[in-house]
Each structure stands twice: as C-alpha cells, then as structure tokens.
Design a protein around this ligand. Structure first.
Ligand code: GLA
Length: 726
C-alpha cells in the first residue's frame, strides 16, 4: 500500500518505489514530520525526540512544557505564523479581529485511491484511480474556525508526491489568507546544495548550484508569470551528490504566475523548504463557507542523483500532466514563418513557404504574428483578432484551403492576454487593460496586458478567437505572452480584493485555455512567452509543447535545453532549426532534435544546398521520434561541467536502442576521446552506426566509446545510434 496509517502510533507512511515520506500526529495534534528520503521498510523513528533540538528562547505550547516540544524546533508538516513557530511560515491568515496568529492542528483524515482535481487550477491527474493514492488531512484552527486541508497524492510507480492545500472558512466571519504555500517540508540537516534555474529572455533556465547557508534563501517571480528569470523549480542535492549518484530532491510548482520557492536553514541546522504563490503581493478574502485552493507542488526524490530525479519528472509529466488528444500522438513537424518573414508576409509568401515545406517533408505551416488587424509591426493591434485581408487576400479560409490542398496542417498565432494601446479594442474599452487609477500605464513591447480576471474580457476573447477557430480548419494555436505585469489591479475588484488580482489573473487565463481546449479538443496548443517565459507545468497541463526560447542559435540553445531538462521532458520542448543560428545545419538539426522539432526560416533566403540538407534531416526525426520523446534522458556532459563540449543520450525504455549526441562548442586541444554511455543493458549487445562495430552494453558504459575520429571543430556535432543485435 503506498499510504498506510498506523493508528496506534499515529504515523502516516507514504511510499513510492524508491522513497518514503513519514510523519505523525504528535501530542496536541501537531503534525510532526519524521522522514523523507530513500525508501525504508519500517518507521520506528520516534527516537527523533532523542535528537531533540535546542529550544531555549523558543516558546512552547503550555500543555507541552514538560515534553520539550516547541513549534519552533520540531519538523512540521505545516508552518503556521505567530504561534510559536518562528521560521518562515507556510500559512498566515489575518483573522477577523486583525491579528495574524494561525494555528492548525490535526482533526481527521481520509485515504482513498485516485486524485482529486483542484478547482480552477492545473494539476497532475490519475489516468486510473489505481495509479495513485491520496491522503487528505483536515487541520483546524480552533480559535478562528479556519481549516487547512493538506492533500498528499502518492504516484507510487514514479517515485513522486504532489502536495496542495485547501483553506476553508468554517467560521461566521471573513478572514484574509496572507500566505499559503503549497507545502512545507522540514528536513533535518543542512548538508545540501540548492539548484535553481535562472535566466532572461533569450537565455532561459541556466543551471545554478550553491550550498545552503543559514537563514533564508530562495528564488521567486513577481512578474505576473512564472518567468524566464527564475523557473518555479528547485532541487536539493546532498553535498557530494552528482548527476548519477546520491540524494536528489526536486520541487516544481504547477503554477504560471508569481511564485516563491524558499528555504530557511534554522539555528538547529534544519532546512525548511516551501513553494507556493508569492505572498508579497497576494491576499485572499475568504468569506464564511468559501474555499481557497493553493496550486499544487510536485516533489520527487531520487537516490540516483540529478539524472534520476529528471527522468522521474519526465515520465511523470508525460503520463500524468500532459493531456488531451496530443498527449501521446505524434506531433506534426512544423515550419513557422516568424524568423523567416517577421511581419512582412502575405498569403502568397506563406503559400510558397508551404510548397517548399511540403516538398521536403514538413507537415504543418504555422502562421505567426501579424495576420490580424493592422498589425504590421509590434506597436499595434493586439486585441483586434480579425483577419487582415490586405495580407491574407481572399481571407484566411482561402489561405487555409491552399495550404491544406498541399496536404499540410495549419497553425496560427495569438497573444490573447494582451492589448495594444493602438488598437480598436483599447479605444473601445480602455478599462480592459490591467491598470490602477491615476497612474501611468507602463508599456512593455508597446503593449498592455488585458485583465483576464474579468469574465467579460474572457468572453470577448473566446468569441473573437472562435470567429476564426470555429469556422476554419485550424490544427494548432501558438499562445504567446510577451511582457510582465505592472500596475497590477482590476477595474472591477473592490479595494479589499485588489490583492487577489495576480491570482485571479492566472485563474482567468487557465479558464480561457480550458474553455478553448474543451471546445476545440483537436487543437494542438503550443505555449510561448517570448520563448520560455512561462515554461512551467501549469502551462504544460494545457499545451503539450512550449516554445523553449526565442534563442534559436544552436550553440546557445543547447545550454537552455540542458537546464530545461532538469524537470521538463523533451516531448514538451519546442525546438526549431533557424537560418540565423551560428553553426551548420547538421548541428542546428542535432540540437533541435532534442524536442518537438520544427523549422523557422524563409526557404527563399537559404541556399539550395541547405535546402537539400534539410530534406535529409527529416527522415531521422521520424525514425527517432519515440526514442527522443519517450526515452530516458542521460545528461552525459553538461554545460555546467564542461564549457567546451556537451553530450546527451536517449535510451529507449526497453533498452534496445540509444542515441548519443555530442556538440563541440569550442575546440579544445587536450580532449578526452572516450564517452561512457549510460542506461544501457550491460548484457545486451549493440551495433554502433558510425563504425559498424558491435559492443556490449557493459563495455559501452564502463570502457566507453572512442570519439577520436569524430568531428571536433568549433560548432561541430554528431549523433551516434546504437541498436541492439540479438
Ligand atoms: C514572441 C515569440 C516569437 C514570436 C513573436 C511574435 O517573441 O516568442 O516566437 O511569436 O513573439 O511577435
């Protein structure tokens, strides 16, 4: 059983294939955390009290004075503000009488098969109830009548847990939630390194590793999106743990707006870890009888280092996060006109791109920004989602039938959450953009953000998009989001609810995405936010692929893809070959193959030779699609370990084939010519396509494969395929 409750000892034990998570109901109904780490069969952990931590100055519950218990020093499942626990709080409620003392104690629990949906929020799901098990613990603040329901779901086969919290007002008076983190985890010890993914537009998800230090540390976003600057992901690696060995804990928030991922190492050398909505510009007024759902966090433990942790996330997300018709279906190989034409296109130009694309084996044309209103540059028309018939002469229907006539699918770009000051929509509804009264409305890329918290705005967008989507044979939508949110506020919210704005905004976006994907279930949605500014599991719930970065230069992109791979699978990673990229087409292809592959160029501007080279690339993409999308990823040489050369490998689930890619960023004289492969079956024999030799998996993993005769100049790369021979 993945979840057991020992009613005598009052211990909960949550097991996956390789981890155990254990806590107990302590005296006075505190929920005390006992253990999270490698799987253990028993739970005789009560001697943790012998390891009781120093508690002078730390206040105690008056009923527990003799036990030495203090909420300030015991590891707890929920960190309540103001009643003895002086560490960072995971829950803070401003009560009707104005104070913010919060004190949740265990009341009851239930355990059941399956997983509940989270109202209005994306979350992992069970394909069948038997796949996972849920523990719901009701805790209650007896003074205020506030309840916090802690939800734990165990994905046993994937060695993962999800956690979230529901706050319920069972009192007679309203109160304000000032902070609600999706989980609180108190680990004994501070011997960890923190890994996070920082970046910016064009340079997302860089790997950063630092040792934990006393005090508070962490990352977050206050940009109105999960952001390119700090992804809502962090990992803790035990000191000395590596890519393949040692304790690795991964944490990822299923949320696309402001987040906080925080750790406090306290004076007892314990580490409190939490993730949730950033509380600094958040508050939620909860009336009697109402509930508030926190976003969900995903917790993965692996004793196979960072690599094991990543592979767990990848499998979990492919199976239990990505949804819909396109979840496992083969995605069409696409060409997008953005880098090829920018705004300078018309129906004939698109048709010519499509003709070339069809000829070389591409399957879908995506028409990017510039097809609507008077949008001939980025200074206007967002919101005016009406086809520009000067560009698409004869209308979009006519263009689509020409494209479909060639046998290609057709996709279209939208940026629904935006509104240009220079648009008919803004002139008609100046209060529809996010703003606060009497302040300048800051512009980003010449645009404002539309107020997605408003039902009338969402209805307008749905209807407007439906005018195009309902009447035309469209297969794909690229959903973009190209600025941060400033002057956050809604014209419709009363003053006491303005702090709810950011969360209401993203709930509105999720609602519109949900409505669209339910109304048009055949649509393949590709998210984008100036590239990877909302590259998070919340968005992956709606869109099975996300444009990873606007940076399509293969030698830079490869670093972004390595960072992204820490928790996101290759199947969601939009990756294109572009003309602008440094390096030759072979390297561009080899890098873009690590993802949902496509092209982004104007064939009229590339040479005949390049065109012919592209033709040959496409067969390999089809051949190795499943291996890349659903195989196990091994990072062999990562950019954070070696600035000169990177290498990665995919191994099929049955270990019958593997694909090794090496990219030489800069030539280096003193080279190591041997690459040791990973994840193969030591007993199997594999034929290597670059020299025709047959090697055992054991040899390939221990002695390694020589790279001596392979290209090693700046920007060169190669791919080696290994196939089992019986
Ligand atoms: C963003 C996207 C690009 C492209 C442009 C269009 O920058 O990331 O791929 O769609 O918008 O304006």
């Amino acid at each position: 059983m993945p979840i057991i409750f020992d009613s005598e000892k009052k211990i909960f034990k949550l097991d996956t294939l390789s981890s155990s998570y254990i806590f107990k109901i302590y005296d006075e109904n505190y929920l005390v955390h006992l253990y999270y780490g490698a799987k253990i069969p028993d739970y005789n952990l009560t001697d943790f009290e012998d390891r009781r931590m120093y508690a002078s100055f730390s206040a105690s519950n008056p009923n527990l004075l003799r036990t030495g218990f203090s909420a300030d020093v015991y590891p707890l499942e929920i960190g309540c503000n103001g009643c003895g626990d002086m560490r960072i709080a995971s829950l803070q409620i401003r009560n009707a009488d104005g104070n913010a003392s919060t004190d949740m104690r265990y009341v009851s629990h239930k355990i059941y098969a399956g997983k509940p949906a989270l109202k209005g929020l994306p979350a992992l799901y069970a394909n069948e109830d038997s796949e996972c098990m849920t523990l719901e613990i009701t805790t209650r603040d007896k003074v205020t009548g506030a309840e916090a329901i802690l939800i734990y779901t165990v994905f046993e086969k994937h060695s993962a847990l999800t956690r979230s919290v529901i706050i319920r007002n069972t009192s007679e008076k309203p109160f304000t939630i000032e902070k609600v983190m999706s989980f609180n985890l108190d680990l004994i010890g501070k011997d960890f390194d923190l890994i996070t993914l920082y970046g910016r537009h064009n340079n997302e998800r860089n790997f950063e590793r630092r040792a934990l230090a006393h005090g508070r540390q962490g990352i977050g976003s206050r940009r109105g999106s999960s952001s390119a600057q700090q992804n809502p992901f962090m990992a803790l690696l035990r000191h000395g743990a590596t890519e393949e060995y040692g304790d690795a804990y991964g944490f990822n928030l299923v949320y696309s707006c402001n987040h906080l991922c925080e750790i406090e190492v306290d004076f007892n050398e314990s580490s409190r870890i939490m993730m949730g909505i950033d509380p600094s510009d958040f508050g939620w007024l909860l009336s009697p009888g109402e509930e508030f759902y926190s976003p969900e966090a995903v917790l993965v433990y692996s004793n196979e280092g960072l690599g094991g942790m990543s592979r767990t996330f990848h499998k979990l997300y492919n199976n239990n996060l990505v949804r819909g018709q396109w979840k496992k279906a083969k995605r069409p190989l696409l060409i997008n006109n953005w880098e090829g034409t920018y705004f300078d296109f018309d129906d004939d130009k698109l048709f010519n791109i499509a003709k070339w694309a069809k000829d070389i084996g591409i399957e879908m044309l995506v028409m990017d920004d510039g097809w609507f209103g008077l949008r001939n540059d980025d200074r206007c028309a967002l919101g005016d989602w009406t086809v520009n018939e000067n560009k698409l002469r004869g209308g979009i229907g006519s263009l689509i039938s020409r494209i479909k006539g060639l046998g290609l699918k057709f996709g279209i770009w939208y940026e629904p959450e935006m509104i240009s000051p220079d648009s008919d929509l803004y002139r008609a509804h100046p209060d529809w953009c996010i703003h606060v009264p009497n302040r300048d409305r800051s512009q980003g890329r010449w645009q404002y953000v539309i107020d997605m918290s408003r039902q009338d705005v969402r209805d307008y967008l749905f209807d407007k998009m439906s005018e195009v989507l309902a009447h035309n044979d469209i297969d794909y939508v690229k959903w973009d989001f190209n600025r941060n949110i400033t002057e956050a506020g809604s014209a419709l919210l009363p003053p006491e609810r303005q702090k709810e704005f950011f969360h209401r905004f993203i709930l509105g976006t999720y609602e519109l995405m949900d409505r669209l994907t339910k109304t048009y279930p055949h649509l393949l949605l590709e998210n984008c936010s100036g590239g990877g500014g909302r590259y998070d599991p919340g968005m992956m719930y709606f869109s099975p692929q996300i444009w990873c970065s606007d940076n399509t230069d293969a030698l830079s992109r490869v670093d972004i893809q390595f960072g992204s791979s820490l928790c996101y699978p290759a199947s969601v990673q939009g990756a294109h070959v572009s003309a602008s990229s440094r390096s030759g087409y072979e390297t561009k292809r080899n890098v873009a193959m690590w993802g949902s592959f496509g092209y982004e160029l104007d064939p009229a501007k590339i040479s005949k030779e390049a065109s012919e080279e592209i033709r040959t690339q496409i067969a390999d993409y089809h051949k190795y699609y499943d291996l890349i999308h659903y195989g196990d990823l091994y990072r062999i040489i990562s950019p954070w370990e070696d600035p000169y050369k990177v290498a990665w490998e995919f191994v099929s689930e049955d270990k019958s084939q593997a694909m090794l890619t090496v990219v030489v960023k800069f030539f280096k004289e003193a080279r190591n010519f041997f690459i040791k492969l990973k994840g193969l079956d030591p007993e199997k024999f594999y034929k290597c396509d670059h020299n025709g030799e047959v090697y055992s998996g054991a040899l390939l993993m221990n002695a390694g494969l020589s790279m001596y005769h392979l290209p090693d100049g700046d920007g060169e790369s190669y791919v080696i395929h290994l196939e089992e021979v019986k």
